[in-house]
Ligand binder design. Sequence first.
Ligand SMILES: [Zn+2]
Length: 478
Amino acid sequence: MPTITSQSRVRLSLSRWGARLSAVCAAAFSLLAFPAASHAFSKITPERLAPYFEPETVAAFDAYIWPGYVMAVAQDVVEVVYWVVLLCFALNTKLMEHCTALAGRIGARVKSPALTKTGAVLSKMWGDDGWAAAVLFVIAYLLIERILFFPGTFYFSWVREHDFGYSVQPLWSYLWDWTKGLFVSLLSKSALVFGLFGLARRRRNWWLWLGIPCSVLMLGAGILDPYRTQIYRDYERLPDGEVRQAITETLRKAEVEYEDVMLIKMRKVSTRVNAFIAGEGPSRRIVLYDNMLEVFSPDEIANAVAHELGHLKDRSWIRKIVGSLLLTPLLWLFAVLLRRLGRSGRFGFTDDRDVRCLPAIFALLFVLDTVQAPAANIISQTYEHRADDYALNLLHKPEAFRSLMVRLALVNASDLHPPLWMQFQWKSHPPVVERAAHAEDFARRHGIEMPPPTPQAFFLPPEFQKKLDEKRKKAALR
Ligand SMILES: [Zn+2]
């Protein structure tokens, strides 16, 4: 009888893995290959779209959005392949060998007493001098990943965004943002890995040591929000005038404590709009993209702020505490899984103390994210509905609310009729037509007069539309 060697077992399981992976990829791509067929599975029919959007707009948005979906799935596939290749072909071990050699060479060259001293302190914290190789491993891992993604990311977030007139960011500024993002990611993830694995090497129950303080930190992290976004963009105070008046009036009605209302300077970078609230209590700021002033009326902007205040009022401490309490069991689960995978000896790492398990951590996070997405999106969409309700009840201006929603979709080029499966797997917000209908419902229930919708009623201000059109024309000529 032929015996199955451990090597052939590994090969068998790899080919099974490969077959499963290809089946998932094929299914995802076939869903995306036929946008027209996919839209037939949307609960938003063409009849429901017609009162708000011209058919040409719907077609133009589909043409813009669909390749982005294909790209998102393709990037996921690239990422999964990256992990599988690293883990199943022991390339993580190879990479670590190179990093260890490089760390040794760098260490031999360092002559500065200050650096030597810092190195000694870090070695003491880590337990031995392997920390430098571990940090280099993280950096190499992330750099390779970013480089693999760069062509796709660049094409979709710069080239196409320019072609469709949504981005006005100069190339140097885009690349500067990309570099800043890369450095922030390298720095924060190296520090995280140093801390995480440093802890795991000392304490077998690291998940408990990490989980409890992090849960507490998660509860207070919001205070830092206003300062985090400042890495990328400048803020200025919203000047006095009708818009500021409409917003302060809304804040007064909602009885919300705040520091100031700010504009974030996005005009030079993007034609999209957004508004958000950052910070807690007295450090809280209401932030608007400066583009909003060109597109929306003071009443529409007040509704946008009221919607955000709805989220603020809806946030219960119990939900936050439950969320942060889930962290520790989740970390425990990761520790158990990593130890099991490590023990199997198939993935190029030994256990949860071995930095080579990093790709497995990202893979597990990916699985977790994919599995929890439908539930998270259903919850998020419910909360969006509730925030809409809050805004409608606070301001009693359903017409302004409706035109805010429809124009937001027009300016930001939202998917107007996502297929049902996508609505669950990817969308945190309800379809725009549902939100507009919600405002009409509110008006009916409260006896507020509201004209029936027509696409013309939601046209963007001519100046702004002209700017968008000119940019697209210029892009078409290029
Ligand atoms: Zn919202």
